[in-house]
Design a protein around this ligand. Structure first.
Ligand code: MLT
Length: 253
């Protein structure tokens, strides 16, 4: 089963992390939300405590998430996935509408990789085979963090990347490359969904994130200014406020 951390009491709030990080990227959210929620942060297979690495697909990782929820006795949760975490959270929510009461999709997309993106994934896998993780921080840091990210965040993300193994990275890159397109399914997403974008995200365009929110019947959209792809780490106060506003609105209904 996936390794996870758990803190707080209340409705279950599950955060799924980005590539190539682990559940520790949610440090600022665990601190903030555990006063009102039961915050669960799983490590995706091969990352953090979820060892050993082995190949996986988005739908298998959704099954792993379901097993974890069963194990901790959670029937329904609020699910928040960032980037790769969103690639897992979206199909999981569509296939398990009774288990997800609200969804947060941060810095992620519904569509599959384009051909050029698949080619880049294959090049990354080759590089990981040849050089291990040696060049990964240099490749990923400019993609993940905006120019305004502070030094502490930069070194936190660097050391998270350095902790990963080439196997875990290769399997995650292959899972992202092979993920299926969810765009057509967005209109059947039943739960209220908050889509979060970063104004300086090097991986995703703000307009594409907005379009994804607009395709969801109960979709909402927020842009976190002056952040890149990891707004939860780059500007935890604004990220937490956006999620908190969304959650409180429905808590009071
Ligand atoms: C992530 O942040 O999870 C990944 O970098 C997203 C991606 O490469 O598509």
């Amino acid at each position: 089963m996936l390794s996870f951390t758990e803190r707080g009491r209340g409705p279950a709030l599950v955060f799924l992390h980005a590539y190539p990080l682990d559940s520790s990227m949610w440090r600022g959210q665990i601190e903030f939300f555990s006063s009102r929620y039961r915050v669960i942060t799983p490590d995706i297979l091969g990352f953090g405590g979820s060892q050993p690495a082995r190949p996986w697909t988005m739908s298998q990782m959704g099954d792993e998430l379901g097993t974890l929820l069963d194990h901790v006795g959670i029937e329904r949760c609020i699910l928040a996935g960032l980037s790769m975490g969103g690639y897992i959270s979206l199909p999981f929510s569509l296939s398990n509408p009774d288990r997800v009461e609200r969804l947060v999709l941060a810095h992620t997309r519904a569509r599959a990789d384009l051909e050029a993106e698949r080619t880049a994934r294959n090049a990354m896998i080759e590089e990981l085979k040849k050089a291990g993780t040696a060049t990964l921080p240099e490749k990923m840091l400019p993609r993940l963090l905006g120019p305004d990210a502070g030094e502490d965040v930069r070194s936190f993300v660097r050391s998270s990347i350095e902790r990963t193994t080439p196997e875990a990275d290769m399997f995650a890159v292959a899972a992202m490359r092979d993920r299926s397109d969810q765009t057509e399914r967005l209109s059947s997403l039943r739960c209220p969904t908050l889509v979060i974008a970063g104004s300086g995200d090097a991986i995703l365009k703000v307009e594409d994130c907005r379009a994804m929110a607009e395709a969801v019947p109960q979709g909402e959209f927020v842009v976190i200014p002056q952040t890149g792809h990891l707004s939860n780490l780059e500007d935890p106060a604004n990220f937490n406020r956006a999620v908190d506003d969304f959650l409180r609105r429905f808590d009071s209904k």
